[in-house]
Design a binder for this molecule. Sequence first.
Ligand code: SAM
Length: 292
Amino acid sequence: MIKDIATPIRTQEIMAKHGLTVKKSLGQNFLIDPNILRKIVGQADLTKQSAAIEIGPGIGALTEHLARSAGKVLAFEIDQRLLPVLDDTLSPYDNISIIHSDILKADVAAAIAKELEGYDDIMVVANLPYYVTTPIIMKLLLEKLPIRGLVVMLQKEVAERITAKPGTKAYGSLSIAIQYYTEAEMALTVPKSVFMPQPNVDSAVIRMTKRTTPQVEVIDEDFFFKVTRGSFVQRRKTILNNLQAAMPDGKEKKELILKALEDAGIDPTRRGETLSIKEFGGLADELYKHFG
Ligand code: SAM
């Protein structure tokens, strides 16, 4: 049995051997608890017929657990200093490819085609760098990659916003953007003690399973997202007030906004946070007739 990377002692040994210090600016908080890693990987339902994509392998703590559960692992790491470390720590495994790249700039579709050929079941599994969680998740969803879903660790507060249901304080345009493409659920809350160094914020793991078709069919996706974002700009204001500010010449065209709300069956005095994604879809399509 190979020794786990994710223990406090082994992590310290690896860092000392390679003269490595953590870069806080890159969100480097390494996992040092094998139990939490088993739980994260368990959420991804991997088999040897699956492939896993990891963002930010660090010194390889999660990567090796993925390599044991999946047929192949493809990992993207931005920090050049970690490449020789990973070469060393992951040497017992022959099913891992590491790409030195900023995930936000990487051609992930091309990397999948090249490195994960023959794998029909692909999951993203990652302990994300917290300074950039939302752009990474949105990139992976918007690029319409051939993935089943994502299991990711991120700040608890962002996890709550992503998985929030209508009528709650955390529900907003981020919940809608992600739940439009995926079924998103909270999987685990994670204590700070499993990281080295410990982050300043609480953490959670969420699971996002991609929908075969978006949750609601809309005429124009960009316009739909413009309406949802605009509806939450001033959370305490009514949907009518927010839309007047968000739509072009909305102040003068109040009557058209009222008509769209009425045709979509939405009371203009409601607040954005009470509308379901389906209601936003209907409303966006009505507004599109006048403002699209
Ligand atoms: N997976 C390791 C673990 O769980 O111990 C490390 C996770 S650490 C929270 C985040 C990792 O993402 C770091 O290794 C960091 O260098 C890397 N990273 C930060 N920004 C990145 C980016 N834009 N693209 C790829 N990797 C990035």
